[in-house]
Design a protein around this ligand. Sequence first.
Ligand code: HAM
Length: 418
Amino acid sequence: MIQIPRGTQDILPKDSYKWQFIEDTLKDVCEKYNYQEIRTPIFESTDLFVRAVGDTTDIVNKEMYTFKDKGDRSMTLRPEGTAPVVRSYIENKMYGDPNQPIKVFYNQPMFRYERQQKGRYRQFVQFGVEAIGVEDPLIDVEILSMLMAFYESFGLKDLELHINSIGDFDSRKEYQKALQEHFRPSIDEFCSDCQSRIDSNPMRILDCKKDKNHPLMATAPKITDYLNEESLSYYEKVKSQLDKIGIKYVEDPNLVRGLDYYTHTAFELMSTSDGFGSITTLAGGGRYNGLVEMLDGPKETGIGFALSIERLLLALEAEGIEIKNPHTLDLYVVTIGEEARDYASVLLSRLRKNKLTVDMDYKARGVGAQFRDADRKGATYTIVLGDNELETGQVKLKHMATGEEVETSIENLGEAIK
Ligand code: HAM
């Protein structure tokens, strides 16, 4: 038997309503914040992610689904959504649109070859937002407020917003030097990835999964001590504005994120719920001031974040928040005999045109089994169609929950249900 690839999952018909509800709720929040949907291809040139996410990151080094197409071009299934959005922003000259900033959201599958565990998949759906074309602490605050609105709209409470500033490029240069001085004397005690990162990108050492418990990690210099005046005042403004609108946060000077394009504001939302499991990050994002230029676009900046629907579902489960199945079946037609079945199929097609959700038995079951089927399918009403009903044109409309019956003509059935 062929099995589903490791790290992927089927979303079965009995569960898909949860996904639809989550996606609709998130889209409603986007509507309030005036963000419109963007859809980009599932695969892109490999180079896009190498340049944007960074060639020393785990995503690019270890986790990408990369393949040669028949034209010998290197393609990659997208591991994240920001680089494709920025590519599209540049390619479609959105920077020339009079309507600025460009505010978009996406709801698309992403692919990372990671070790599967609870909350970590090889194909997962990211719901993300990006605001491109403005550098203003107030838009950073809008993005953070949207992040919280996403989760609060489901009634989730066990949340902790971690924020940090990783400064501008100048501040970062100083910080990278300090990290090199800190780690270099003992770099032999670190994994081979970290040994090469010390020269190419020392900040990546801080989010190494293998060496995270090495004592030098806890004593490493903090980026916040290396922020220049401009970076500090940007960070201060973001924090004071968050205070004004009542968004609680924890300052986390160790938060550096796993992608290279970030500058200034960086953040992650964690679940503090007991039942959540060991991976507690629900969402992550930040500002990316150099990315548009790095991808050969104009000098424009952006900020955004992404969450995975899979982890949002885990958070709902951990906090015991149930999503009700909104599906209803207005009518189930129980049939007796061949003639009644033929007639029912015509009747159903008429009622569906009348905007009713209706169903019948297609397995020629007995009357009792059909009633049980109606019950299982959650039918609000049933009718029985047999020779007698076909002759008189009258049926008894039965309300399944109360057992109450009302006599009506088949002609008026739709109206009677409504
Ligand atoms: P990221 O932190 O790599 O950031 O991923 C964002 C979110 O995607 C995570 O917080 C998590 O919810 C989800 N996620 C990541 N990997 C997995 C996985 N293997 N299984 C399930 N869920 C996962 C980014 O991707 C950035 N593009 C976010 C961003 C947008 N920054 C600015 N704009």
